[in-house]
Structure formats: C-alpha cells, structure tokens
Design a protein around this ligand. Structure first.
Ligand code: PMP
Length: 517
C-alpha cells in the first residue's frame, strides 16, 4: 500500500487529504474542485520518461533566469524594480463585459444579442458591433490577422513611419516574442551568428541558444549600438576563427532599449543603416517601447517639460524609425501593443517587404494560425471604434506623461539615496528601464569575487532589504565573456508610484552594506 503524506502535489497542484480519504486538489491554492476529487488525484504511478526523444533544441531549452526572480515577489513587503511588467494603471480598460447565452438556450435571437462591450477609461461604451462582431472574432481567420486590424495597423504604419518603398506590408502577430521566434526560424540556421547589442533583451538571446545560434555582441554607449564597432566586427570577421559565415541578421531595440534604456539618436540610426547597406544586413527592429519616448529629464528641481501640445507635435518628436529610412526594404519592424495597451492581449504586428510578410504568414498559418480573434476584436473596438487614430495618439501622449513622471521620481530618488562615488547613470529618454552602473572596483572583494560575484551579493542584499532588481550580466549577449563593468537594471513601470522612492532607498542601503560604506 502506498502511504501518502502531506504536503503533496499532483500535476503541480497542491493537494490535501479530504475527510473522505480522497485527495482534494488545490485546497491550499483555494481552488478545490469536484473534478480533482474524483479523477486526477488518485495516486497513480509515474509516466515513462521520453526525454531522450526530445530534439537537441527542445532538450537544451533552459528556464529563463529572469523568471527565477518571480519567487521573491511573494516575500512580504518586497518592492519590485525587476520584471518589466507595466503597472495595471496603464491598461486602458475599465471592464470588458461578456454576455453568454445559457447552455441549451442557444437560440438565434440570443446569439445575436450576446456580445462583448468594451468600457474604455473616460470614453463612451461601444455598442456598435457591426464592423468586427463576435461571428468574426470567434471563427478561424486569415493568417495576416483580421481585415479590420490589418487595415488599422497598416494605416498607422503609413502615418507614423511612411516606409520609403512601395511593396511594404503588415501582418498581425501574437506579440513580438512570437514574431521574433518566427523571424529567427525564417532567417537563421544552426551554426550561424546573429549580431546584437552587447547587453540585449534576454528572451531574444534565450530563443537563439537552443537553436545552436551564437550571438556577436556589439559595443554600446548611451546612444545604444555603436556603428563603428558594428563595422569593425564585420570588416574583421574571420570565418575560420569564428567557425561561421559572416552574420547578416542584426537584432536591435533602438528605443528605450531593454535592458540599458538607451535610445539611438537619428544620426546613430543613419550610421548603423549605412553599415547595414555596406554589409548587406537585415535589421530586425524590435520596438515595443517606441511610443514611450519621454520629455527630456530636467533634474530634480526643474519643472517637467510640457507634453506635446498636438498630435503633430507628438509624432514629430518621435525619433524616426529604421523603417522610415529603409530605402532597400532590409528592415523588418516588430511592433507590439504589449507596452502601450496591455501585454495580456498578445497582439503585435510586423512590417516588411511583401515577399517576407508572405513567408511570415505561411509560418503563422501552421503554428499560431493568427493573433487571437477575441483580442483583435477587443483592441479594434478600443482603437478604432472608440478612439480612432486621434484618440490612440491622445492615449500615447497620456502614458508618455505618466511614464515621464515615474522616471523622474525614480531618478530623483537615485540622486537622493544612491552613493554618488559608486553609482552613475545616464537618464533614460524612453522605455521603462534605468541602467545603473556601479564602480565595482571599489568593492572590498573586487579582486576575488569579480563582477558576477559582486552582482550576486548585491542581489541577495537587495532581497534582504526588500527590493528586487536584475543584475546586468544576465543580459550579456555573449554569456561566456567575463564582464568588465557592473550594472543593475531597474524598471520604473511596475512598482506602486508612491513606493518607488522607498525601493531606491533600500537599494542605496544594499549598495552601502555591500561596499562597506
Ligand atoms: N521585445 C522587447 C525588447 C521586450 O522588452 C519585450 C517585453 N519584455 C518584448 C519584445 C515582448 O513583447 P511582446 O509582449 O509583444 O511579446
């Protein structure tokens, strides 16, 4: 007989013995259900192990390091400047009401009456369902995305970027993470190298490692990727030494880069584009933070610069995209509603020449099919039917002001609480990340611990003091390189507005404790 002792998990769900002697799943998690009582919680033997049948790619896929920080979020009182999750105050929905007919009463009349109403903050309730109704949203659809959303993002792209060649197209996606994975599959082979920033979006690197693709990290400064280093890397590419052909894919986050917060100036973009032309590169321009470009930082005592007074002013103030100068059609732009509407919507889009979009759609059709029809409909009702293009720009201007406020509070706190002799930074001009450099050579154990050792120690001290951040080396494009500089990434998107100063105060205490100040 098998003796089951508590606590126990079944299928990862916490279970506990019910009075009847049966196992009840989810009691600890507060989700007890009859289904678990009667079926899956009987004690059963383990399955056979088929891990050896997994492809090399699947088997080598490791859990992302950043997800490992999630366990600290349950620590009482912890303030997170860690994961880049937008605060829910930035989701422009008050509620989404879904009317569902009773099972067994599915008459034609009720089907017609059931629908989704989107209540957009400060805006009217939308009742007109004639353009994009549930019968479209709930059915299979084109791999390009729904006709309505495709029209919306295409018009938007024309207005904002006006690509300088004729045959550009858009296709909806399940967000930029998925777009990027699909584009890697379309352009990168096992054994290849991809070019990227030396500190890069961790998921973009983690997607490549199991594919057997290496990354060549290009040096950065406060304006992001340095064009001269890109050129030098390509000019000096030694196929034998690298064991790979010269790379032709350049993955970039030009605005409010994750993790450094750097924004490439227009001049810098033109320089990089020139190198791309010379070496025939394809640029993956991943721009979820494009619209989070902020008013310039004025220092702790100066009043905040006024927001753009009109839509024209707002659009004019945006640094022109790579797409907008792409005369050759070598830029594939990845856009996403995640950071400006809501990441849970899982909707984004790409812009590229038609022959590339066509293959992207073919891949969508056999993998994700297309972005969720439900999400597309809800977004369309908000963006087009409620807001219209002008209203969307109003919303973008609104969150630009809000993110500017958050950034300024964080920077003021850094100026007040971080030891000036150790910590330095460039104020971010876009996005949601602040990149703090620490002069690690002043650490008492600099010679024995090195950058990574000191980072770990600071992270532990931060968690003890009740604040969460991400060590910079976690974002290194080339993991085998021993970092020579120490950075911490802090986001100003997630923590409660009135707790951000306290979070930085705790960081200051942690740095002082670690450096023995
Ligand atoms: N690209 C970058 C640079 C990001 O920082 C993120 C979110 N952390 C994403 C893409 C993911 O976007 P999405 O939600 O559209 O998949």
């Amino acid at each position: 007989a098998v003796v089951v002792t508590e606590p126990l998990t079944v299928n990862g769900v916490p279970v506990k013995r019910a009075k009847s002697g049966k196992l009840v799943a989810g009691v600890a998690a507060g989700t007890s259900s009859d289904f678990f009582k009667s079926t899956s919680c009987q004690f059963k033997p383990k399955s056979k192990n088929f891990e050896h049948r997994l492809t090399e790619e699947a088997a080598s896929r490791a859990a992302p390091s950043l997800k490992g920080l999630a366990k600290y979020l349950s620590k009482p009182g912890i303030l997170s400047l860690g994961g880049g999750l937008p605060s829910s105050e930035f989701f422009p929905f008050e509620s989404i009401d879904i009317k569902v007919p009773q099972v067994g009463q599915f008459s034609e009349q009720e089907t017609r009456e059931s629908g989704v109403q989107v209540h957009a903050g400060k805006h009217d309730v939308i009742e007109d369902k004639s353009v994009f109704d549930l019968s479209i949203a709930l059915n299979y659809a084109q791999g390009t995305g729904s006709a309505q959303m495709l029209r919306y993002v295409t018009e938007h792209t024309e207005i904002i970027h006006d690509p300088p060649y004729s045959n550009w197209q858009c296709a909806l996606s399940v967000g930029s993470t998925s777009s990027l994975d699909m584009l890697y599959r379309m352009f990168v082979r096992r054994g290849d190298y991809v070019l990227s920033e030396e500190y890069m979006f961790a998921t973009a690197a983690e997607a490549l490692h199991p594919m057997g693709v290496k990354i060549a990290g290009i040096k950065m400064d406060s304006e992001g990727l340095i064009a001269e280093d890109l050129e030098e890397t390509l000019n000096n590419w030694n196929e034998e030494e690298r064991g790979a052909k010269k790379p032709f894919v350049l993955y970039l986050v030009p605005t409010g880069q994750n993790p450094t917060g750097a924004t490439m100036s227009f001049e810098r973009r033109k320089q990089v584009y020139k190198v791309a032309q010379k070496h025939d590169l394809i640029i993956f321009e991943d721009e979820p933070y494009y619209y989070l470009q902020m008013q310039p930082y004025q220092g702790p005592d100066a009043p905040q610069a006024p927001p753009p007074a009109s839509h024209e002013e707002f659009v004019k103030a945006l640094v022109p995209s790579f797409l907008s100068i792409d005369t050759d059609g070598r830029v594939i732009r990845l856009d996403s509603f995640s950071k400006v509407i809501a990441p849970g919507a899982r909707v984004g889009w790409i812009v590229a020449p038609d022959h590339i979009v066509d293959k992207f759609v073919r891949l969508s059709e056999v993998s994700v099919q297309t972005a969720s029809g439900m999400s597309q409909m809800i977004l369309f009702k908000l963006l087009d039917e409620t807001w219209g293009h002008g209203g969307y720009l109003d919303w973008l201007i609104h969150i630009r002001v809000e993110y500017t406020k958050r950034r300024d509070v964080l920077l003021h706190a850094c100026e007040a609480y971080l030891p000036g002799e150790i910590a330095s930074w460039t104020p971010p001009a876009a996005g949601m990340f602040h990149w703090i450099k620490l002069d690690w050579k002043q650490h008492p154990h600099a010679s024995t611990k090195g950058v990574r050792g000191i980072e770990e120690e600071i992270l532990e001290t931060c968690i003890d003091k009740g604040v969460l951040l991400v060590p910079g080396s976690w974002f290194l494009a080339e993991k085998s390189i021993e970092p020579t500089e120490l950075f911490l990434r802090a986001t100003f998107a997630s923590a409660p507005f009135d707790k951000m100063s306290e979070a930085i105060k705790r960081l200051g205490e942690a740095i002082r404790a670690s450096f023995g100040l």
